[in-house]
Ligand binder design. Structure first.
Ligand code: DX5
Ligand code: ZN
Length: 216
């Protein structure tokens, strides 16, 4: 089953609740939440209080993408404030395995992420330990960028590797995904699709419906 995970980074924060309702109403099941610290990536987005405000008001699966240095410092807090899955960059910590174990210990799902410049082979030691791998299809830090096509080759490589290992791995893509290239991402092997600016502009519900249709 392919899943759409709309990124609220592109939402209107004045109307965040209504924007999230529109995703739900159109049949969305996930929400992608981009946390940036101004160090791992140049920009700063939002953190725990925003997730905490969303959590009691929606059943959507909260897919939290940490773009922060030393994510192990905050795993417990993100789990406590309502994340369903905690996803961190392997480039951001010296203790990938320990961070995976820490997330596991909270009972939440575990995701690991790589930037466009990081090779798929770097993920190999951890594939059996995680639920999801996020392959960034732009440099992390900002919404509204263009997809880097070579990153889809990494998706294909990872799907092949997962199949060889007999793993039923969720592979997520994030950055520059639009209604016109989402099929290519799925054909490459992704099954969880993040879309920010392509969802949270104009008619959110109509955008979600279009994506879900295209992703079948
Ligand atoms: C970028 C974030 C993305 C971003 C995607 O660093 O991780 O989740 O919101 O936005 P679009 O879909 O506009 O590229
Ligand atoms: Zn993201």
């Amino acid at each position: 089953m392919n899943i759409l995970s709309p990124s609220i980074l592109a939402a209107n924060f004045w109307e965040l609740g209504e924007n999230i309702r529109a995703v739900e109403k159109a049949g969305g099941t996930y929400l992608h939440i981009d946390v940036m610290d101004g160090l791992f990536v140049p920009s700063i987005s939002f953190g725990m209080p925003v997730i905490q405000s969303i959590r009691p008001n929606t059943e959507l699966f909260l897919d939290v993408h940490l773009m922060i240095n030393q994510p192990e410092r905050y795993v417990k807090e993100f789990a406590a404030c309502g994340a369903d899955l905690v996803n961190f960059h392997i480039e951001a910590t010296e203790d990938v395995k320990g961070t995976i174990e820490l997330i596991r210990s909270t009972g939440k799902k575990v995701g690991i992420t790589i930037k466009p410049g990081t090779a798929v082979k770097e993920l190999e030691p951890y594939l059996e330990l995680v639920d999801m791998v996020l392959i960034m299809t732009v440099e992390p830090g900002f919404g509204g960028q263009k997809l880097i096509p070579e990153c889809l080759d990494k998706v294909t490589e990872l799907r092949k590797l997962a199949l060889e290992k007999g793993l039923d791995l969720d592979i997520e893509v994030d950055g520059g995904i639009t209604i016109d290239n989402v099929k290519a991402a799925i054909e490459a092997g992704a099954n969880v699709i993040v879309a920010g600016s392509a969802v949270f502009k104009n008619d959110i519900g109509a955008n979600v419906s279009k994506f879900l249709e295209e992703m079948q």
